[in-house]
Design a protein around this ligand. Structure first.
Ligand code: FAD
Length: 319
């Protein structure tokens, strides 16, 4: 595969990955990160298991991105089922590791629990987690000391970077919403709490995103809303994401995937669908594209290349 870099006039793009579950998967993911980073994304986000199920591995992965690439790591954090004290401790741990970009989430309840169950813990919504991140950061010294190389004992004093806090947005509503505007009210609450941008749940039609942005703007949401796009490269992947997200079946895409007899053909359908979606939302004014990478670089980089956001790197082109 040819390495590729961002075209000069491309919209910003970013990727989401999740912590690996084994040593073999870790080595493969580090290779994937290298390829994703080479493409010049604005950030790479790392998911966090609700209830702390991936805690240590998420932190390790954001550290790895920070230490081995020039790309900003963005750490997802969830608050479901934790105490204030534990959530504050977790935030401090990430800030201590030099992470200043977060996606503040409530997290899903454990399987079988309902909204009325006592699963939530001290923080009931993502908006409260946004406030807590700002509060924990405000309690820290406003300055950091960076050693000056070659001058023993000397340090340069810099102002700490303020945390950038993204939040989740749901173009087709949250599957557990109790009324049609609850997802927009929740986004307004997160903005009021200090969120600086939003990333959307995946969606299958550009109008879902564009209509949602229009309604959000009319309701007073001013923060950038980044569309989350997932290339659906097989019927099995489609079934799985519908289960996880509660989104409606996209009948056209499902039929096109089912009609393809080979995995290669299905992959081409999924990539073409994601490329079309990316083109349409960008034409409609999206401030960038956030791609769910599923811990593989080939598919998302192909989407960006076909959408015109990437060109082969000079080094590769010269070969
Ligand atoms: P909230 O914004 O707190 O919303 C939860 C519910 O409460 C909604 O029904 C909302 O309408 C309602 N609500 C919110 N605020 C208020 C308020 N002020 N008053 C009344 N009701 C309110 N999950 C993970 O476990 N780990 C991840 O890494 C992860 N990454 C994600 C990334 C993206 C881009 C997205 C879109 C989702 C991600 N999720 C992740 C899933 C997410 O945790 C779930 O969808 C969860 O059920 C809702 O999280 P939230 O942050 O939107 O919660």
């Amino acid at each position: 595969m040819t390495a590729a870099v961002r075209t000069a006039d491309a919209v910003p793009f970013s990727f989401e990955i999740y912590p690996p579950r084994s040593d073999a998967a870790t080595a493969a993911l580090h290779e994937t990160i290298r390829h994703l980073a080479d493409a010049g994304p604005r950030f790479i986000s790392v998911t966090y298991g609700a209830g702390g199920s991936t805690g240590g591995r998420s932190l390790e992965l954001v550290r790895h991105i920070r230490e081995t690439t020039d790309v900003e790591p963005l750490a997802h954090l969830t608050c479901v089922g934790t105490t204030y004290a534990d959530a504050a401790r977790l935030i401090r741990e990430f800030l201590d590791a030099g992470i200043t970009s977060f996606l503040a989430l409530r997290g899903d309840p454990p399987l079988g629990a309902t909204e009325d169950d006592a699963f939530l813990g001290d923080l009931e919504t993502a908006a409260q987690l946004v406030q807590l991140i700002h509060r924990v950061q405000a309690e820290r010294s406003p300055y950091t000391e960076c050693p000056i190389p070659g001058v023993p004992g000397a340090a340069r004093v810099d102002r700490r970077r303020k945390a950038e806090i993204s939040v989740a947005a749901f173009p087709n509503g949250h599957p557990r919403s109790r009324h049609p505007h609850e997802h927009i009210d929740a986004l307004l609450a997160k903005q009021a709490a200090g969120a600086t941008s939003a990333i959307t749940q995946l969606f299958f039609h550009a109008d879902d995103y564009l209509g949602f942005v229009e309604q959000s703007r009319a309701a007073g949401v001013v923060i950038p809303i980044l569309p989350g796009i997932m290339p659906i490269v097989s019927p099995a992947r489609l079934r799985r994401v519908l289960e996880l997200t509660g989104e409606q079946l996209p009948t056209g895409l499902a039929a096109a995937l089912d009609a393809e007899p080979t995995a290669e053909g299905q992959r081409a359908v999924g990539i073409a669908h994601a490329v079309e979606l990316a083109r349409e939302v960008v034409a409609g004014g999206a401030p960038g594209i956030h791609l769910y990478a599923f811990n593989h670089h080939e598919t998302v980089l192909e989407v960006l290349r076909e959408a015109g956001a990437l060109v082969p790197s000079e080094l590769e082109a010269a070969r």
